[in-house]
Design a protein around this ligand. Structure first.
Ligand code: 1CP
Length: 339
């Protein structure tokens, strides 16, 4: 039994007393307690693959910030690794793949993850649930197929992902084959997270914004929809950063909730899709403003979303040098708001 099931009731479209709040990247970035554990380890991967420690940092923001949900501490890049492309996390730089996908034989070689390769994630979910003892629900997650394809082809972060985009144009059939394999792997992975006890899940399409409407319709929407349908009753959130051109398509998928980044205005979607749950969309940079401004802007955001069907979040992950006390102020302001 969950003591706080606000986010679950909200995503199911039930009437709630106030909006639930959680923050993208709440687990691993801003908390001194996280940084302390992180410093004591050899690297990011040790934390991700040690379920007791991953659970500990997953619960920290619930204890310290008072969020209404815990997001399991892991990374979207565990899927390429489970399919046969291991990643490295370079300190201060980000992810790096020693091998990338370059040809049709590379696509052939990739396996479809069955789910069991990532037992450490499910163990971390179980540990987290034991520690939380029903205080708040656990959110599972995965990268969207296109965002995972970006890393598999590019091998690291990029502003434009032009090698990945080139593939969509130069190798459309092969791109579909790769997206298909990633999608099947992701479904197996999310289903195993569901069995381990997550109450909802989010799909991160972080690099959606480098595409166009036509490319998004061809290479993203069908795969995202397949995931939502495969997950059945488990409610999902899809967040496609920068994808203004795809919002109406995303709002028409089977995801119960759609995330908005901070450049998107909720009102225009609220009117055409009154039953969809919208998530977002506080600009993470507003957290560098004074306390008065943080409170004022939070209230402004709440009023723009109206008085139902809203999961409060930032418009993207919290930046690492943000003062966690400002994040707590943002959360406390939301929690003091009554519909
Ligand atoms: O709250 C949390 O921190 C939850 C755990 C979490 C999540 C949901 C991490 C831990 N990563 C993610 C998702 C993730 N990873 C995304 C989607 C969300 C987003 O857009 O921010 C992406 C794109 C990644 C890939 C990734 N992992 C990057 C981005 C690199 C690029 O291409 O620009 C980076 C820097 C990482 C490392 C990482 N993952 C997570 C943490 C805490 C970190 C920092 C590493 C560290 O602590 O040393």
């Amino acid at each position: 039994m969950l003591k706080n099931d606000l986010i679950v009731r909200t995503i199911k479209g039930e009437t709630v007393e106030r909006p639930p709040v959680w923050v993208m990247r709440q687990a691993g970035r801003i908390l001194p307690e996280y940084l302390e554990i992180r410093r004591s380890l050899s690297g990011f991967k040790e934390l991700v693959t040690t379920p007791e420690l991953a659970a500990e940092v997953t619960v920290q923001p619930v204890d310290i910030l008072g969020v209404d949900a815990a997001i399991i501490f892991s990374d979207i890049l565990v899927i390429p690794e489970a399919m046969g492309l291991p990643y490295e996390m370079v300190e201060g730089r980000g992810p790096f793949f020693p091998e990338t996908v370059k040809s049709s034989s590379d696509v052939e070689k990739l396996s479809i993850a069955e789910g069991k390769e990532l037992t450490y994630v499910y163990d971390a979910i179980r540990h987290t649930r034991n520690t939380l003892d029903g205080r708040v629900p656990v959110i599972g997650f995965a990268g969207a197929p296109f965002t995972i394809l970006c890393y598999m082809i590019e091998g690291k972060g990029s502003k434009t992902f032009n090698n990945a985009r080139r593939w969509l144009h130069a190798e459309p059939e092969l791109s579909h084959k790769l997206l298909d394999k990633i999608t099947e792997s992701t479904i197996n992975y999310l289903k195993a997270q569901a069995s381990a006890g997550v109450s909802l899940y989010q799909v991160f399409d972080s690099w959606a914004g480098v595409l166009s409407e036509a490319l998004y319709r061809e290479f993203c929407i069908p795969y995202l929809e397949r995931i939502a349908e495969a997950m059945g009753e488990l409610p999902g959130i899809v967040f496609a950063k920068g994808a203004h051109f795809a919002m109406r398509d995303l709002l028409s998928t089977s995801y119960r909730a759609v995330g908005l980044d901070w450049t998107m205005e909720p009102q225009q979607y609220r009117e055409s899709f009154p039953d969809k749950v919208l998530q977002g969309n506080f600009d993470p940079c507003t957290l560098y403003a004074s306390e008065e401004v943080v409170v004022e802007r939070t209230k402004e955001m709440l009023s723009k979303f109206g008085s139902s069907n809203h999961i409060v979040n930032l418009g993207h992950g919290v930046y690492p040098d943000t003062d966690w006390r400002k994040v707590k102020l943002f959360i406390d302001t939301v929690k003091a708001h009554n519909y």
